[in-house]
Write a protein that binds this ligand. Structure first.
Ligand code: UDP
Ligand code: MG
Length: 314
């Protein structure tokens, strides 16, 4: 029987944790009764440096249930790093892992179908949202725009898949060899390959607490995702530079003829507008190039992606 670890990153989730733990332990017990998972299966809550009672709740849950394990990071490192910390810890104990958000927006009944897909041979099973009606209009449209943009920029991600997925021990071992610091798991996991499949589920509302992804975090997540996986933005700038260069040749010809036939004008408009335009494009280009240089800077430092402060397991 395979040992399953359900990995749940938590950041200031005191309001949802008791309920999440209740539903997940029930789920685990049922799966165990049905002989689908091994006796050592666990729910691993990762406290991503929360400032509220999250860790106290996790410790209490751990003391009360043998099925619950807890991992405390030394400080807040963000969703992706917290998830990775959980998966890399679980890897040492499990045959299978499923990652899930703490707010239960992802339907936990999809776990059964994920296990079925794994039994049919998939090393990775992606949970895919069939509908997003419960998300706000804003969240839904920005997220969908993001998936489409990523596709257009040539990043291979699974449409409408967040971080709800099953990964086998083997896939986790391979994941551990990706050493990059700019972590965007949705982009990295498809690079692992192996046989994979998807399972659809309906996304529901966060049942308590607030989203830990305000617009600012969402934007920086999207920007990181793109610049970690695609050099197309740099190519676009190169093409833009080339097009502008061609245009300036045409403009030069035009200016030359104007001069030749004596229609010289003060030409303030043309001068000033081209200064602004070229200046803007140059700044933009420098910014994008700087972004990639910054990424290289981060990668060469090879800083640890997370530091574990405490690990509780039965
Ligand atoms: N999260 C985390 N660290 C952070 C931000 C979020 O571990 O810095 C966790 C959070 O506790 C939740 C998951 O990441 O389990 C997804 O966050 P949330 O549900 O707030 O995002 P949304 O569903 O609104 O996109
Ligand atoms: Mg959520």
């Amino acid at each position: 029987m395979k040992t399953l670890y359900i990995v749940v990153p938590c950041y200031n989730e005191e309001e949802v944790l008791p309920e999440t733990a209740k539903r997940l332990t029930e789920k685990l017990a049922r799966l165990r009764d049905e002989n689908r998972i091994g006796a050592d299966s666990r729910i691993l809550f990762v406290d991503d440096g929360s400032r509220d009672q999250t860790w106290a709740i996790i410790s209490a849950l751990h003391a009360a249930h043998t099925d619950i394990a807890g991992l405390k990071l030394s400080r807040n490192r963000g969703h992706q790093n917290a998830l990775l910390a959980g998966l890399m810890t679980a890897k040492e104990y499990c045959d299978l892992s499923i990652s899930l958000d703490a707010d239960l927006q992802d339907d936990i009944d999809a776990i059964d179908r994920m296990l079925e897909e794994h039994e049919k041979g998939s090393e990775i099973v992606y949970g895919v949202r069939s509908k997003r009606e419960t998300d706000s209009w804003f969240k839904r449209s920005t997220a969908q725009f993001f998936y489409k943009l990523m596709k257009a920029l040539g990043v291979d991600i699974v449409y409408n898949h967040a971080d709800y997925r099953l990964m086998s021990r083997r896939a986790l071992d391979e994941l551990s060899h990706f050493e990059e610091c700019n972590l965007f798991l949705r982009g990295i996991v498809p690079l692992i390959g192996f046989k994979w499949s998807t399972v659809e589920y309906e996304r529901s509302e966060r049942f308590a607490g607030e989203s830990k992804y305000p617009l600012k975090k969402m934007l920086s997540f999207a920007f990181d995702g793109i610049t970690s996986f695609s050099v197309k933005p740099i190519r676009i700038i190169t093409s833009l530079g080339f097009i502008i260069f061609l245009c300036s040749i045409l403009a030069l010809l035009y200016f030359f003829f104007v001069k030749l036939f004596g229609y010289t004008v003060p030409g303030w408009t043309g001068t000033i507008s081209s200064i602004w335009m070229i200046g803007g494009i140059q700044l933009l280009s420098l910014g994008v190039i700087g972004e990639y240089v910054g990424k290289i800077y981060k990668e060469v430092k090879k800083r640890p992606k997370f530091i574990v402060e405490n690990f509780l397991n039965h």
